[in-house]
Design a protein around this ligand. Structure first.
Ligand code: 13P
Length: 298
């Protein structure tokens, strides 16, 4: 039996579903029941029928699934698959911000720990950040923790925004000169980037979108070539779903070491042992679910 067959067999026996983020290794994406962006994975987690969720992504994503599906066992095949962006802000720092700016609503990007979510008023993802900020009744917003997504949102709203200074190291490695050099080589290529890219890169983009937003844009667009400013994992789906189009990764350094920690071997072991589990403690979950539900209801 191949490892893929073993995983499929065990998945049925253990009544499990495999969810994978768009940045996962190609072979992990191919074995998953669903591949998507943070918002899609959160929505699916809330509706899963199986008893076990094998979450192929990073820690905060598995936590979000645990918050939304507390009666399910959420397994992250490698507990060390973290998110350095999520680690740029602590719950204590959020409390301090709220004390300093009492009339502001805290809008937290989903790339945050459960404890930070518990201190926030609304959650957003890269797919809906501007929409959420525009839709909420408050006119003053503290946006945490991604400064680039915050910059992108601030360009699309008249609301007053205080932005935390966090960033994703993988997206930060994509430089404007990378885009300019590729643009010189492939003059007709469209520049499509994730909003976690630095603002000098965002300013060069034809389209800024979440990972699944990039996939949707490319599918519907009538172009042939695309310079992709996000993590390398996304190119797997882009190439698979658009074999007639050409994709160029904006930088060879756009590789997230944490997303690459999940392998087929680890998925198999985690199915065998049903661990390591990610379980958000109930008192934190009760608080953290409120801003997530506010997002999902908007
Ligand atoms: P998406 O929600 O666009 O998939 O982004 C998640 C993420 O962590 C980007 O680095």
């Amino acid at each position: 039996m191949t490892i893929q067959e073993k995983i499929q067999k065990l998945k049925k026996e253990k009544n499990a579903i495999i969810l994978a983020h768009n940045y996962q290794l190609p072979e992990v994406q191919d074995i998953a029941d669903f591949v998507g962006d943070s918002l899609e994975l959160a929505r699916i987690s809330a509706q899963v029928k199986e008893e076990v969720i094998i979450f192929c992504g990073v820690h905060f994503m598995a936590e979000t699934a645990s918050i939304l599906a507390p009666d399910k066992k959420v397994i992250l095949p490698d507990l060390f698959a973290g998110c350095p962006l999520a680690n740029t802000i602590t719950p204590r720092e959020v409390k301090e911000l709220k004390e300093k700016y009492p009339n502001y609503a805290v809008v937290a990007y989903v790339n945050t720990s459960a404890e930070v979510k518990a201190e926030s008023d609304y959650i957003c993802t890269s797919a809906n950040a501007t929409f959420i900020v525009e839709k909420i009744p408050e006119e003053k917003v503290i946006f945490i923790p991604d400064r680039n997504l915050g910059y992108y949102v601030s360009k699309h709203t008249k609301k007053e925004i205080i932005i935390w200074n966090g960033f994703c190291p993988t997206h930060q490695r994509i430089l404007p000169q990378d885009i300019i050099a590729l643009k010189e080589k492939y003059k007709d290529a469209k520049v499509v980037v994730h909003p976690e890219c630095r603002k000098e890169v965002l300013d060069l983009a034809d389209k800024i979108a979440s990972t699944s937003g990039i996939i949707k844009f490319v599918k519907e667009d009538n172009g042939k070539r695309y310079i992709i400013g996000t993590e390398v994992g996304l190119l797997h789906r882009l190439r698979k779903e658009n074999p007639e189009k050409e994709f160029y990764l904006a930088s060879p350094l756009a590789i997230c070491p944490n997303m690459k920690k999940i392998t087929l071997d680890k998925i198999l072991t985690s199915l065998e042992n049903l661990e390591p589990e990610v379980k958000v403690e109930e008192s934190t979950r009760e608080k953290a679910i409120k801003p997530i539900e506010r997002m999902l209801s908007l």
